[in-house]
Design a protein around this ligand. Structure first.
Ligand SMILES: Nc1ncnc2c1ncn2[C@@H]1O[C@H](COP(=O)(O)OP(=O)(O)O)[C@@H](O)[C@H]1O
Ligand SMILES: [Mg+2]
Length: 396
């Protein structure tokens, strides 16, 4: 390893076992004479690269391409089956939401626990705890068990602990996209500061603007293979070229009569929002450019969980609202709502507009307007809906 390199990944392969038996109980295994049938599957295949000290290295690739697995190998949470990884300096990692946190312990106790896992002494944590809490913005809930935290609060606290260890190498998975707009701005500023101090950063992100502003080198993983490594623009283009054309081939084509410029969630101040509270009034907004008149247009907006299917769909015709034409030119469609009572998490929006009875939309947009819902500390993160109610207990 050259003294100029912070990380050397040398021919790393990481295998996972996929078990075929439906019944993986101890009893089942014993009955088969201790054997269980499995297949080995390579999540990362013979990957090599080096990260020079003080540089920022980005990893991109579709879901399941092995990015998180590779980061876990770098952070020594997983052991490669073949190859080796050497790292130089103190390493802090920010991987999955809540990893390394103990749900029954308070935020404060978790700072000590996490700090010690990341190599900080109790005294070091003592001297930094106020800054850690302040950066995470969780003062009010610091003595509440973290199981009551929203995913945004988890991420903010985890990231805050990680950066305050003043690591030489910081490894960050895409979790940071969970935070709200203000926290994202704060983390970007922190990345700048760390970069300026010479911290080596390895990051996975779907956010092109983040990747563009921070990464010196980009690697593209696909199904465990390192497809390309190089400058940011060059690799982004190679990655997005095929990805885009593949998506286009799979989607029903639109007639091209119009273009949906964006769909977004807008706050009461009229600005597009990346983060909302579940109980605040918002509007869903679609901006459209019609290249010709679209007769009897039917508008559909679908809010989808980033991890799953549709959560809420609204269609103008089902609501009984019609208009004779969407005139050629620009238009903006607003749907005011008292609130969007979703569970804490990440969401995206699809939209389409089509002539009534037409199978092919005049225009459509997918996975636009990404936003997250922050919830209070006492709301569950685990459901997609938060409906206002109260408990009334009477003896009967
Ligand atoms: N612990 C595990 N056991 C078995 N398979 C796993 C495990 N962790 C990840 N995988 C699989 O490895 C592949 C790569 O996963 P991951 O590294 O999480 O991808 P990415 O972060 O790029 O979305 C996926 O197919 C995933 O299902
Ligand atoms: Mg991942």
């Amino acid at each position: 390893m050259s003294t100029e390199d912070a990380i050397v990944v040398d021919s790393v392969t990481k295998l996972f076992k996929i078990y075929h038996e439906r019944n993986q109980s101890v009893k089942g295994t014993v009955l088969r004479g201790g054997r269980s049938r499995y297949e080995e599957f390579a999540a990362v295949k013979d990957v090599s690269f080096t990260v020079p000290k003080g540089s920022t290295f980005g990893l991109i690739g579709s879901n399941g391409s092995g990015k998180s697995t590779l980061l876990k190998c770098i952070a020594r949470i997983l052991e490669p089956n073949q190859g080796a990884i050497s790292t130089h300096g103190r390493l802090a990692a920010m991987l999955e939401v809540g990893s390394g946190f103990h749900s029954e312990l308070s935020g404060r106790d978790n700072i000590y626990l996490n700090g010690s896992i990341l190599g900080m002494s109790r005294r070091e944590v003592d001297s930094k705890i106020d800054r850690i809490i302040d950066f995470a913005g969780v003062e009010r809930f610091i003595d509440t068990p973290v199981k009551n935290y929203s995913s945004g609060m988890y991420v903010r606290l985890g990231f805050s602990v990680a950066i305050h260890t003043e690591p030489d190498i910081l490894v960050v998975d895409e979790v940071l996209s969970v935070g709200d707009a203000e926290f994202q701005a704060k983390s970007r500023a922190k990345f700048d500061e760390l970069k300026a101090q010479g911290t080596t950063i390895v990051l996975v992100s779907h956010n092109n603007s983040l990747v563009r502003s921070f990464c010196d080198q980009l690697a593209w993983l696909e199904k465990g293979d390192l497809r390309q490594i190089g400058g940011v623009e060059e690799v982004l283009e190679a990655f997005q070229g095929p990805a885009k054309s593949k998506v286009a081939a799979e989607l029903p084509t639109s007639t091209g009569a119009a273009t949906i410029d964006s769909v977004s969630v807008v706050g009461s101040d009229g600005g597009a929002r990346e983060s909302i509270e579940a109980d605040e009034p918002v509007q869903l907004r679609m901006r459209i450019t019609a290249h010709e008149d679209v007769c009897d247009p039917v508008f559909t907006i679908t809010v989808k969980s980033d991890r799953g299917g549709p959560v809420y769909r609204v269609n103008s015709r089902d609501l009984g609202w019609t208009t004779s034409a969407l005139k050629a030119g620009r238009a903006v469609l607003n749907l005011p709502m008292l609130s969007l009572p979703l569970g804490a998490g990440d969401y995206v929006i699809d939209g389409d507009v089509r002539e009534h009875r037409s199978k092919i939309p005049a225009a459509m947009i997918e996975r636009d307007g990404a936003f997250s819902v922050e919830s209070g500390p006492y709301n569950s993160n685990r459901t997609l809906l938060q409906l206002p109610t109260k408990f009334i207990l009477d003896s009967a």
